[in-house]
Ligand binder design. Structure first.
Ligand SMILES: [Cu+2]
Length: 447
């Protein structure tokens, strides 16, 4: 049993290891464990490697804190935020400290934390520390465990974080509206004593879903089924920052899901990984199971780990195909295989510029240069090394490289070693391998 005194002693040991002073930038503060472990040679301050490595929140930051006595003090400000989902799409949402989602809170097992929450929203709010075991009155449930934090008011939460793990935070007042507008964040508690193999790169990703009609700026919090923007750390591809790692790094990816309705099966190419923890705690090694896709249900977190021994540009994405599309409408007719020539000509006589879509599938739509409403990213795709990357939404790229000058710099596209790239087959190759191409007539208009 851990006693209060043990915790104080443990915390006291850290005091000398961490610089005191005013709230510091995210890059300079949350590495109490790293302070006793030499950082990896090329790790910039604050993103260092080692046991309890400071978490990297792609497209995000960690929340600064400072010691007051033995207590780590944090300050969250709930407020309206203008946020870019991807280049071309900006929203008016609600978040914390000028960000959507809120900054990642980091602490160490046994820490006493005091978190002030200021409400600058036009309505009440609370903060619930999802998965963190706290005294009942610190649980942040409006009406049940505390009064609502009124606009303009600042509340004070204080508790000892007893368990290491990957947790989250979000309001428990008007949840449907406030979370749909962006009010979520990750809460990472590092173990006090190192456990398991040393991790070199430790990423935190929050999954969300939104309904944002093309041309509008306000996510629709009433959406229940027709989500058309799917995000990782509130960014949709191509707005998601790549996860940059060095070949041989041991990588942990912590994934939280605070979507309104949907579970996300997150698939990583190029690797088999182990599921090592949930928000319920670490999974003993014998119980860790191998996967290439990890389902992250709503209201849970999953940690995965692997050694990045396979270089390349590897997609990591939700495997629900509608979740890797940007602002696509789902109400159109099924046009696959339709011969639309005559119909298009008739329609164009009254609607110049009319063009039916999808007769041969929807690949290539991002090349068509279709006009889209201002402030929207429907079906746009983004340029890749071999043409347009047709996916968007809940999609990012794990970039594994032999050599890196910095983790913080996008190393560009992967340079494939000779003989390792798929390409068009030659007639000689087909002949040599006995592949005979039969003439083919298709009603779908395909050759
Ligand atoms: Cu999904």
């Amino acid at each position: 049993m851990v006693t209060r005194r043990d915790l104080l002693v443990g915390t006291g040991a850290l005091v000398g290891a961490v610089v005191h002073g005013p709230l510091r930038s995210a890059s300079a503060q949350t590495r109490p464990e790293g302070a006793t472990t030499p950082p990896a040679p090329m790790a910039p301050a604050g993103t260092g490697a080692g046991h309890g490595a400071t978490v990297i929140t792609p497209n995000g930051v960690s929340l600064p804190w400072r010691f007051v006595g033995d207590v780590k003090v944090y300050h969250l400000v709930a407020e309206p935020v203008t946020h870019e989902i991807a280049p071309g799409l900006e929203i008016e949402g609600w978040g914390y400290n000028g960000r959507i989602h809120g900054p990642t809170i980091e602490a160490v097992e046994g820490d006493r934390v005091r978190i002030y929450v200021t409400n600058r929203l036009p309505e009440g709010t609370t903060v619930h520390w999802h998965g963190v075991v706290v005294p009942n009155g610190m649980d942040g449930v409006a009406g049940l465990t505390q009064p609502v934090i009124a606009p303009g008011e600042t509340f004070r939460y204080e508790f000892t974080v007893l368990r290491a793990g990957t947790f989250m935070y979000h309001p428990h007042f008007d949840e449907m509206i406030q979370m749909a507008l962006g009010m979520t964040g990750m809460f990472i508690v590092h173990p006090r004593t190192p456990r398991g193999p040393r991790v070199d790169r430790d990423f935190a990703l929050m999954l969300s879903e939104w309904e944002i009609r093309p041309g509008t700026r306000r996510p629709n919090p009433l959406a229940m089924t027709d989500f058309n923007v799917l995000t990782i750390n509130a960014r949709a591809f191509p707005g998601t920052a790549p996860l940059v790692v060095r070949r041989g790094d041991r990588v942990r990816i912590r994934i939280g899901n605070l979507s309104a309705m949907e579970h996300h099966p997150i698939h990583l190419h190029g690797y088999a990984f182990k599921v090592t923890a949930t928000d319920g705690g670490a999974i003993p090694e014998a119980g860790q199971w191998p996967e290439t896709t990890v389902l992250v249900p709503v209201g849970t977190t999953r940690d995965i780990e692997f050694v990045a021994d396979n270089p390349g540009d590897w997609p990591m994405h939700c495997h629900m195909t509608h979740h890797t599309m940007n602002q696509m409408g789902h109400a159109g007719p099924n046009m696959v295989g339709v011969q639309s020539g005559d119909a298009d000509r008739h329609a164009q006589s009254v609607l110049p510029g009319y063009m039916s879509m999808g007769q041969t599938g929807m690949g290539g739509m991002s090349d068509m240069g279709m006009p889209v409403p201002a402030n929207s990213i429907p079906m746009r795709g983004s340029p890749g090394p071999f043409g347009m990357i047709e996916m968007g939404g809940m999609f990012t790229v794990l970039k594994v490289r032999d050599r890196l000058t910095s983790y913080d710099q996008d190393p560009g596209w992967y340079n494939h070693p000779a003989g390792t790239l798929a390409r068009s087959a030659t007639a000689d190759e087909l002949h040599a391998d006995g592949i005979v191409l039969q003439p083919h007539r298709s009603s779908d208009g395909a050759p």
